[in-house]
Design a protein around this ligand. Structure first.
Ligand code: ADE
Length: 250
């Protein structure tokens, strides 16, 4: 069972992870998710987690001490001598300065047994926390895109959902994962359901034809066209041999 620990000063932010597929996956014992309040590892009356930055400047920086104790607790008896990389815990630090999180990253992380997410707030976490952790575990500063959020919590919601749905048993129909956007480098095809005509808009006739070969070809054409139109960068990045002669005519 994959274990996930989330450290945050706003544990309520992670409440949606109790819902829907991810919540059900927890009930089924497919993953064990624990959200921890970073302030549980403070020792002063005000439960202080931040302080002014050395060198001056705007905003506040998260103090290293609560993070150190929180990570000690989350890692528990984790044995740093373990050599199998998937059984070593990974510390994911959401940050707009991190490496960009993609479907590929989600697949990599889904293969690990234990993920720890450290949600920073304010101007960020004292850099020594990351430097210290990197001596003990794999550390991956991760950005979910080129924009700035108020803290890491929403980024963790995004990453945990993307990772957890790849775990065996979480999605009822695993074939539905195969043709998704970002699985093979092409965007997904458009989908339709009844009625066949809605507000004057018809379902493409090929989908009503019952000809599975033509349907498959049409869907692939749609994927190629959509990708060329909205994400030419993805099309350019496809390996040469992934397009056949028919594909090139589209
Ligand atoms: N924290 C603030 N902005 C972020 C982003 N874009 N990705 C991940 N964590 C963040």
């Amino acid at each position: 069972m994959m274990r996930l620990d989330v450290l945050s000063i706003f544990p309520e932010y992670l409440a949606p992870l109790e819902l829907s597929l991810i919540g059900r996956a927890q009930d089924k014992g497919l993953l064990g998710l624990t959200v921890h309040d970073l302030r549980d590892w403070t020792h002063d009356r005000h439960r202080t987690v931040d302080d002014t930055p050395y060198g001056g400047g705007a905003g506040m920086v998260m103090k290293p001490e609560p993070w150190g104790e929180a990570l000690d607790a989350a890692l528990g008896a984790a044995d740093s001598s373990v050599t199998d990389p998937t059984s070593r815990p990974v510390l994911i630090v959401p940050s707009p300065a991190g490496e960009v999180f993609t479907q590929q990253t989600a697949r990599e992380l889904a293969a690990h047994e234990h993920l720890v997410f450290a949600c920073g707030r304010y101007e960020g976490i004292d850099q020594r926390v990351v430097d210290w952790a990197a001596e003990r575990m794999e550390v991956r500063p991760m950005s979910i895109g080129d924009y700035v959020l108020n803290g890491g919590e929403v980024a963790v919601l995004v990453m945990v959902e993307a990772i957890a749905r790849l775990l065996p048993g979480v999605i009822g129909n695993p074939e539905s994962l195969d043709e998704e956007s970002h699985e093979d480098g092409l965007l997904e095809y458009p989908v339709y359901t009844k009625p066949a005509v809605w507000r004057g808009h018809e379902v493409p006739a090929v989908l009503l034809s019952g000809d599975h070969g033509r349907v498959a070809r049409w869907r692939r054409d749609q994927r190629l066209r959509r990708t060329a139109q909205t994400r030419p960068d993805l099309l350019a990045a496809l390996p040469q041999d992934s397009l056949d002669g028919r594909d090139r005519e589209v």
